[in-house]
Design a protein around this ligand. Structure first.
Ligand SMILES: [Zn+2]
Length: 391
């Protein structure tokens, strides 16, 4: 049955769900970096408090984030063209996402700051209709070494507990592994996670520039995480224009989901396998390299067309900026995902989450009930309504 309510965004593709539906629908965000969630206003406040020397006002720095590609020559022959030149409206002076992230880390002073930014990440996610959020956190920086791993994680956990109380959400943390560093460094990080278990730390993930650290470097760290029952994910086929890294992540690292994954499209056999296995890809339409956004969106469209299991995510929402609700609007209104595909994404997020079985079942029931209520309110029925819906 066709969508009967008009979409609220001008220029939305026909068949898109109404904007208000997309904003309110229950969502799960599995790919979001804590440091990347920090609001410009919070960064500005903390940067002034700490007297951080910056090349411009902190609000200006955040407004002008625009990363450069690792090496433009890598992307000349990809199946989906990657724009090489600058896009319209790029700032005269750009700051990379990684540089901005370093500045944010520098102004975090103590456990209270860690709790605050975690709580604010959930507060902002709540405005997007996010019901469950899994947040990447990084290794403890040297200036916070006195907190240690356990102290830092407890500060994050306190932020999540407050958010669970105030927003009715659930949350978990993911130990991010900086792939530009060594396999030994990664192994030591995972050993910390294993030695000091925390109910809110559910797994590990590889991040930073894919071209700086191939996944096979981290086999030992991932093996240890797997033996300890931790969830495993990795940024893959994002910067390296090849599908092979995703195969390595699945077969050698034992990943149970993949972050990004656009360049699996370079290999038809890999695409077929990803479709058959319904591997979950957390995809993000907005990126800190502004000129790459059309390529990202075309890639996600092609992944959907190929029947892959894509789950929208917000990645670094404070810095791009974006939100999970905005990402759902893009996949519906600009990329062309139909109502059933969008609902399937929300449900796929539940299934790919790292919640224990009981909590996952509760989240599944909540998402199903809320989707059914929205369908009734907006008069949009799933295809084959009555078959399998809400079961
Ligand atoms: Zn990411």
């Amino acid at each position: 049955m066709a969508v009967t309510s008009p979409p609220s965004s001008p220029g939305a593709l026909p068949g898109a769900l109404p904007g208000a539906y997309l904003d309110r629908m229950p969502k799960v965000d599995l790919h979001c970096h804590l440091i990347g969630t920090v609001r410009a206003s919070t960064f500005a406040e903390l940067a002034r408090r700490e007297g951080l020397a910056l090349p411009a006002e902190p609000e200006r720095v955040f407004a002008d984030i625009n990363s450069l590609p690792p090496d433009p020559a890598l992307y000349r022959d990809t199946r989906i063209p990657v724009p090489q030149g600058p896009s319209e409206g790029e700032p005269d002076v750009s700051y990379s996402l990684f540089q901005a992230s370093e500045w944010v880390v520098e102004v975090l002073r103590d456990a209270d700051d860690l709790t605050r930014i975690t709580y604010e990440a959930f507060e902002d996610a709540h405005r997007s209709g996010t019901r469950h959020l899994e947040l990447f956190f990084d290794a403890v920086p040297p200036h916070l070494a006195s907190l240690g791993y356990a102290g830092s994680v407890e500060a994050y956990a306190e932020g999540i507990r407050l958010a669970e109380r105030d927003f009715g959400m659930t949350g978990r943390m993911i130990q991010g592994i900086d792939r530009s560093r060594s396999g030994e460094h990664a192994l030591a990080l995972v050993q910390q996670v294993v030695d000091a278990p925390n109910e809110y730390v559910a797994g590990i993930g590889l991040d930073n520039l894919e071209t700086k650290g191939p996944p096979e470097r981290f086999v030992d760290a991932y093996r240890l995480a797997g033996a300890a029952g931790l969830g495993r994910t990795a940024h893959s086929s994002e910067h390296a224009p090849t599908a092979v890294n995703t195969i390595t992540c699945l077969d050698q690292l034992g990943c149970d989901r993949i972050d990004h994954g656009y360049y699996v499209l370079e290999d038809d056999d890999v695409v077929a396998r990803m479709r058959d296995e319904q591997v979950a890809f957390t995809v993000v339409s907005t990126t800190s390299r502004r000129s790459w956004r059309p390529w990202r969106r075309a890639s996600i469209a092609a992944m959907l067309e190929a029947g892959l299991n894509v789950v929208p995510a917000s990645d670094d929402p404070g810095m791009f900026p974006t939100s999970l609700a905005a990402e759902y609007r893009i996949v519906s209104e600009q990329i062309g995902a139909d109502a059933d595909q969008v609902r399937a994404m929300a449900r796929a997020g539940v299934e790919a989450s790292w919640l224990p079985a009981g909590e996952k079942a509760a989240l599944r029931a909540r998402v199903d009930a809320e989707l059914a209520a929205l369908d009734a309110e907006f008069g949009v029925a799933p295809r084959g309504a009555g078959v399998g819906v809400g079961l």
